[in-house]
Design a protein around this ligand. Structure first.
Ligand code: NAP
Length: 487
């Protein structure tokens, strides 16, 4: 796998307090999607390294879980501080390996630092209850207990954010963890681990295993030391893990795919709505689980909204994310670019019209650049209407009645996010109550924040990350009943 173009020594995994290579010396190249060049190589392990990491985490949990929440919080808070100090350096790595513009990389790191800080504090509030008794002489309480060693698997679109949502709450309540990032984007997470280590992370408490997804997940599933799997990724892999987890009734959190509707009502300014829609859609090239994917626009404002949308989409600056002013970077990999071409081709064959974009951007000799695309005239049977697109493509549709648009918006196996653009309070309430989605943005294209729950209904997932719910996900509840002596 190693090639002559790789310039640096392979980056390592982090197991039981040590940076290490794969047992058999295997490495994997990490590619810059803007230039298609090799950035460096990483150690690429499998089951044996994962087993060692789980064993280290199991050993470390004995003392980590006995620390007070206040002491554990010190490591998490210091990590947040170091991430903020090193934001420029980590953002550069993130842009190099993932492609997103620097401004988006910085925002991801700062959001993740906030997540570490928020859970450091929330860990101090993992309260149980005192429950009123029904029988004289009895007393009841609940105690919270860390779930155990966690296996955390995440994708490439937000390599730091999505691991932070697992590491911070798990460590805050006394669990220990083995993290598996996406194979193509391990570098920025390595830098976050450097922050954790410098912040005082004890040996074995958090481990980083980079390698074959199949091997690592099989070890997570088979090894009884691993008590919980927290997975962010595709619905298909999420279902496989759910089946595998049933053997040992392993705890599971699943953050999966989405197909979010964005609904524009006629009471509000369609040009402002178009700006919000374009901002939300083309962030990270549409490769966002909560990206708006179907745009339902009221017939009364359809013309103005469409014109403004096309104008904004055309004005976006495409380029290497490291360059100043770039608003849209390359797509993450060749496969993603090809999939986008296929979605557009399928839609046009079924009658859709391309209003702007629709093809690979030919200004760039290298890199997976796709022109921001707006489509109209779509049928319900177009792939882009049923499959999660994960692409910089906006399909525009129309509607005239509120109840009809709720039905259309909910007509999907997904239920992660939904967006509504209106100034009418009654409409906003009706939509918030009627939409089947775990996250709803009213005039807000970026609704995720550490203190609010994040997760999906239907086939978009199981459980919630962030907020108090995201802490509960790493806790078991024990009911303790006391029979008092007769006095
Ligand atoms: P994916 O194929 O499911 O991969 C995600 C992670 O799972 C990667 O670390 C991958 O490892 C690993 N993986 C792959 N096959 C596996 C298997 N059989 N068993 C266990 N782990 C396996 O997802 P993707 O297509 O790369 O990522 C995009 C998906 O993630 C989209 O569906 C998106 O909606 C979803 N997502 C959801 C959220 C959310 O919070 N709901 C957030 C972001 C993304 P390798 O890289 O080594 O293959």
């Amino acid at each position: 796998m190693a090639t002559a173009t790789a310039t640096k020594a392979p980056k390592k995994m982090f197991i039981d307090g040590d940076w290490c290579d794969a047992d058999d010396g295997r490495t994997l190249e990490v590619i810059n999607p803007a230039t298609e060049e090799v950035i460096c190589e990483v150690a690429y392990g499998g089951r044996a390294e994962t087993r060692r990491a789980l064993e280290a985490a199991h050993k470390a949990m004995k003392s980590w879980s006995k620390l007070s929440a206040w002491d554990r919080a010190k490591v998490l808070k210091k990590t947040a501080e170091l991430m903020r100090e090193r934001v420029e350096e980590i953002a550069r790595t993130l842009t190099l390996e993932q492609g997103k513009p620097l401004a988006e990389s910085k925002a991801e790191i700062l959001h993740s630092a906030d997540t570490f800080e928020w859970f450091a504090e929330e860990g101090k509030r993992a309260y149980g209850d005192v429950i009123p008794h029904s029988v004289a002489g009895k007393r009841h309480i609940t105690l919270k207990h860390p779930v155990g060693v966690v296996g955390a698997i995440s994708p490439w679109n937000f390599p730091i954010t999505l691991q932070s949502r697992k590491i911070a709450p798990a460590l805050a309540v006394g669990c220990t963890i083995v993290c598996k990032p996406a194979s193509q984007t391990p570098l920025s997470l390595i830098q976050v681990f450097e922050c954790m280590i410098e912040a005082g992370l004890p040996k074995g408490v958090a481990n980083l295993v980079i390698g074959s997804a199949q091997d690592i997940s099989e070890e997570f599933l088979d090894n009884p030391i691993c008590r919980k799997i927290s997975f962010t990724g595709s619905t298909e892999v999420g279902k496989q893990l759910m089946r595998g987890a049933s053997d040992q009734l392993k705890r599971l959190s699943l953050e999966l795919g989405g197909h979010a509707p964005f609904i524009v009502f006629p009471d509000a300014d369609p040009e402002v709505g178009a700006k919000i829609a374009v901002t939300g859609k083309f962030r990270n090239n549409g490769q966002v689980c909560i990206a708006p994917s179907r745009f339902y626009v009221h017939k009364d404002v359809q013309k103005k909204f469409t014109e403004a949308t096309v104008e904004f989409a055309r004005s976006l600056k495409l380029g290497n994310g490291l360059e100043p002013g770039v608003e849209v970077g390359p797509m993450f990999e060749k496969r993603a670019l090809e999939n986008t071409l296929e979605l557009v081709s399928d839609a046009t064959k079924k009658g859709a019209k391309v209003l702007t974009g629709g093809k690979r951007c030919d200004r760039f000799e290298k890199g997976y650049f796709f022109e921001p695309t707006v489509l109209t005239g779509l049928n319900d049977d177009c792939k882009i209407m049923t499959e999660e697109p994960f692409a910089p493509v906006m399909p525009l549709l129309d509607f005239s009645k509120l109840d009809d648009v709720i039905e259309a918006a909910n007509n999907t196996r997904y239920g992660l996010a939904a967006y509504v653009f209106t100034n009418d309070l009654t409409v906003a309430w009706r939509m918030a109550e009627g939409l089947e989605a775990g996250i709803i943005g009213i005039n807000d294209p970026v609704p995720a924040t550490p203190q609010c729950p994040f997760g999906g209904m239907k086939e978009s997932g199981l459980g919630r990350e962030l907020a108090h719910e995201g802490l509960e996900a790493y806790l078991e509840t024990k009911a303790v009943s006391f029979k008092l002596r007769d006095s």
